[in-house]
Design a protein around this ligand. Structure first.
Ligand code: FES
Ligand code: FES
Length: 161
C-alpha cells in the first residue's frame, strides 16, 4: 500500500492542494495526477532535460524531484509560461526562428532558456550554449535554438535601453 501525504503549493500561479504518494516524482504528479503533459518524460534519470520545470525560480529535473518536496513552494511548468496576450516571448522566439522541430525537447528547453535569460538579461550566445547543455535535442543542431535565445536577449536589451 502506498503512503500518501497532502501537499500545498502554487502551481502556475494557482494555489494547489493534493494528496500524493510519498514515492511519487514531480513529473508523475504533473502528468498523471494533474494532466499537465507539457512537461515531457524521456530518460527519467536526470540526463536529458525534457522534464525541466521551475521551482522557486530555479530549474529542476522534475523526474528526479519528489512531489512531496513541492510543499509550500512555487512551481511553474511550460503551461504556466504563457502571458495573458498569448505565447511567452521565449516561446514566440522559438517559433519565429524555426527552433521547434519534433518539439519533444522544447518544453524543457524553453523553461531552461527562460530561466537563463531571467538570471542574466545580458546573456551571451556562449553562455546560453553552456546553460542549455543539459537539455538534449536530437533534431535542431541547436543553432536555431541559440538564434532564438539571442533574439529574446536583444529585444530585452532594446526594451531596457
Ligand atoms: S526525463 Fe528528466 S532529465 Fe530526462
Ligand atoms: S526538436 Fe526534436 S528533440 Fe528537440
Amino acid at each position: 500500500m502506498s503512503v500518501e501525504t497532502e501537499i500545498r503549493f502554487r502551481l502556475n500561479g494557482r494555489e494547489t492542494r493534493l494528496k500524493v504518494p510519498v514515492t511519487m516524482k514531480v513529473l508523475s504528479m504533473l502528468r498523471d495526477l494533474l494532466g499537465l503533459t507539457g512537461t515531457k518524460y524521456a530518460c527519467g534519470e536526470g540526463e536529458c532535460g525534457a522534464c525541466t520545470i521551475k521551482v522557486d525560480g530555479r530549474t529542476v529535473n522534475s523526474c528526479l524531484m519528489y512531489a512531496v518536496d513541492c510543499d509550500e513552494r512555487e512551481v511553474v511548468t511550460i503551461e504556466g509560461l504563457r502571458t495573458p496576450e498569448g505565447l511567452h516571448p521565449v516561446q514566440q522566439a522559438f517559433v519565429d526562428h524555426g527552433a521547434v522541430q519534433c518539439g519533444f525537447c522544447m518544453p524543457g528547453m524553453i523553461m531552461q532558456a527562460d530561466a537563463l535569460i531571467e538570471g542574466n538579461p545580458a546573456l551571451t550566445r556562449e553562455q546560453a550554449q553552456r546553460g542549455l547543455e543539459g537539455n538534449l535535442c536530437r533534431c535542431t543542431g541547436y543553432t536555431k535554438v541559440l538564434d532564438a535565445v539571442e533574439s529574446v536577449v536583444a529585444n530585452k536589451c532594446r526594451g531596457a535601453g
